[in-house]
Design a protein around this ligand. Sequence first.
Ligand SMILES: Nc1ncnc2c1ncn2[C@@H]1O[C@H](COP(=O)(O)OP(=O)(O)OP(=O)(O)O)[C@@H](O)[C@H]1O
Length: 272
Amino acid sequence: MLTLSGVGKRYPTGDRALSDIELSLPKGQVLALIGPSGAGKSTLIRCVNRLVEPSEGRIALEGCELTRLSGAKLRQARRAMGMIFQEYALVDRLSVMENVLSGQLGYVGFWRSFLRRYPAPAVAEAFRLLERVGLSHAIDKRADALSGGQRQRVGIARALLQNPRLLLVDEPTASLDPKTSRQIMRLIRELCAERELAAIINIHDVALAQQFADRIVGLRAGRIVFDGKPQALTAEILTTIYGEEEWDTRVADEADETPTTTPASLTLGVAT
Ligand SMILES: Nc1ncnc2c1ncn2[C@@H]1O[C@H](COP(=O)(O)OP(=O)(O)OP(=O)(O)O)[C@@H](O)[C@H]1O
């Protein structure tokens, strides 16, 4: 449903962020994008919805070539892509419900949304979504009264309200504790399965990526250096992506204990 062919990005500063990206994402697939800082993960996600303009290559969503679109047609195509950001991007002084409804901005027109009058079906759907993400008790709360995990749930409900076919998720767990991070990743995973949504999730936590994604793509210096199943991510491949590190023994060494043979996947939570 999403295809990137020969995509590259060079910023006006001269920094080359992406080179020769070839990627095809089928419907319903959850793809985790991993790689060290500066590898190009955010740039790749932003090229897909054209927040960043690719310098070369083509990106097509359900047969529609996004890289050729502009103006109203681009805005319309963007509605098929739900964005979920690390920093939640909520309006603090608005309620949970109003924040979710603001996902309708592209549909209802500026004045109507400015006056905060939303169509009844959108409000009903927002109620359903808030219930689904576990926030039915907090509908009237102001966004700034929520925990990080709750804020992320609002962001997820807001992205889903526009009924996207693809989710673009940028560091969804960066500011969350380990348990909440797992809950948020599980929720995204379940929602993708329920709605046959494809997702690209930019994530630093390799163990979470392995646990909740169908497929892992590793970027290094703007190039794809791994594309495969989570189980195929060996210590050797992690070295290709991140550089030298004793993946199997790192936790034990740092705790000054006898090195163990802990599998790579269990020791990678902080590998960035
Ligand atoms: N707006 C920009 N202008 C110039 N260079 C940029 C810009 N945004 C990113 N870059 C450069 O592009 C490269 C890729 O950055 P990007 O933010 O996509 O990496 P990332 O893998 O998402 O990193 P992180 O995990 O730290 O968020 C880096 O060299 C970065 O310095």
